[in-house]
Design a protein around this ligand. Structure first.
Ligand SMILES: Cc1ncc(COP(=O)(O)O)c(C=O)c1O
Length: 426
């Protein structure tokens, strides 16, 4: 590992939690240089929904490369882009009766968020944006401004104004409808809330700790936006692309956002990001928002292949089925260790198990890694152990991964007991 310590900036993060050199990967499995295998419950932070090195995707990419297919094309028309647009329209938009124009931004999620915010502000001629507590939208300045977490926000000492934070669903406990406050603030000219151009939110806050907005809450938020002429932006970068069980995470709530941001898994593991906007909101001037790497052609090839998974309902049904298995297995863990007060939350194939005890989550993640499972943390204090396996992970591997979590907790508690009895004997 010395080369990384010598040359790579201190900013490196996940390499510290998982300090081995990964050499190869397939499906839901990563292998390190020593040949040890790890079940991947992290999936590139939600990028590898279709698994590592999916054969179907790799084959098409190799063909594209061998045939000298265009690799870099700025936003020119290319065959790969044409095929992607056709497939996305036929497979995703038309069956859902959705009518959106598509903008390809620079290839990361934060690029799409920046673009969505800029567009909303330009259209409405207003600067304020409403974001939600515990939301996470990326690392560039505009995206950071709508991100709640102080660890990320405080790292740049410049002002990130023009954003008002509202309490997300459940933020004040189960008995409060947090939208009552938002509505009141909008209707009261003395609330101090500047009329926003847009609201931006994740329907399931992933980095924020697996907080799930109810369909009713989302519907009401959508109505409030409509009544007050506010654009509704759903950031589906992490929990879109099938993670919730539907292609878009908001489908269950029956809402139609004005603007949607997509990235991560849409590129099938390659960098791709886009903004979907209601056609009448496509008010960009040609070339007004650019980016050298907007619309990565190899990612178009990969993505077009991945969209084959949406030709029928099989993947969606499989995700919903595996969701139940994940919940059952995690509930068993919660029941087994009541002394730790764990809380299981999740939808589709994103789950979290929250442990109020400080640092327990990171101890569990560390032990899991030793035992062959890659699993990350979420929430303001890393208090949530977050399960995000590739959607194509088979049931046996899901159960095996969850059993490693169980074993990790068992080992941690046994070590504590041993330590306590040792202290007692002394
Ligand atoms: C909901 C959401 N929005 C935006 C981003 C930023 O994406 P990227 O890291 O590709 O810039 C992320 C990344 O985790 C995310 O989860």
């Amino acid at each position: 590992m010395r080369i990384f310590e010598t040359l790579e900036s201190r900013v490196r993060g996940y390499i510290r939690a998982f300090p081995v050199i990964f050499e190869s990967s397939k499906g839901a499995i990563l292998k390190d240089e020593m040949g040890k295998e790890y079940i991947d419950f992290f999936a590139g932070a939600g990028t590898l929904n279709y698994g590592h090195n999916n054969d179907h995707v790799i084959k098409a990419m190799i063909e594209h490369l061998q045939n000298d297919g265009v690799l870099h094309g700025l936003d020119m028309a290319t065959t790969a882009k044409k095929k992607f647009l056709q497939k996305f329209s036929e497979t995703i938009l038309e069956p859902r009766n959705l009518d959106y124009k598509i903008q390809f931004t620079g290839p990361t999620g934060t690029n799409a968020v920046e673009s969505a915010l800029k567009l909303a502000r330009t259209i409405k001629g207003k600067s304020n944006i409403v974001a939600f507590t515990n939301g996470f939208h990326g690392m560039s300045m505009g995206a950071l401004a709508v991100t709640g977490n102080e660890f990320y926000r405080d790292e740049a000492h410049i002002s990130r104004s023009n954003v008002s934070f509202m309490p997300y669903d459940g933020y004040l406990g189960p008995d409060f409808n947090t939208l009552d406050y938002f509505r009141k603030a909008l209707e009261d000219g003395s609330s101090g809330l500047d009329q926003p151009a847009a609201v931006i939110l994740e329907t399931i806050q992933a980095e924020g700790g697996i907080n799930i907005a109810s369909p009713e809450w989302l519907k009401e938020l959508s109505e409030i936006c409509w009544e007050h002429d506010i654009l509704l932006i759903v950031d589906d970068i992490q929990v879109g692309n099938g993670r919730s069980g539907d292609f878009f995470s908001f489908e269950e709530a029956g809402i139609k956002p004005d603007i949607i941001t997509l990235s991560k898994a849409i590129g099938g593991g390659l960098p791709l990001a886009m903004v979907l906007m209601r056609p009448d909101l496509d008010q960009w001037k040609p070339g007004e928002h650019t980016g050298t790497f907007r619309g990565n052609n190899l990612a178009f090839v990969a993505s077009t292949q991945c969209l084959d998974y949406w030709d029928n309902n099989d993947l969606s049904e499989a995700v919903k089925h595996k969701s139940k298995i994940m919940k059952e297995e995690l509930d068993k863990i919660a029941e087994k260790y009541p002394q730790l007060n764990p809380e299981v939350r999740g939808r589709g194939m994103i789950y979290g198990i929250e442990f109020p005890e400080l640092n327990l989550g990171s101890q569990i993640s560390k032990k899991c890694f030793e035992n062959g499972l890659i699993i990350e943390l979420a929430g303001a204090d890393d208090q949530v152990v977050k399960l995000l396996p590739p959607l194509i992970t088979d049931e046996a591997t899901i159960k095996e991964g969850i059993s490693i979590i169980d074993k990790a907790i068992e080992e941690i508690l046994a070590e504590r007991e041993e330590k306590a009895s040792g202290e007692f004997t002394l």
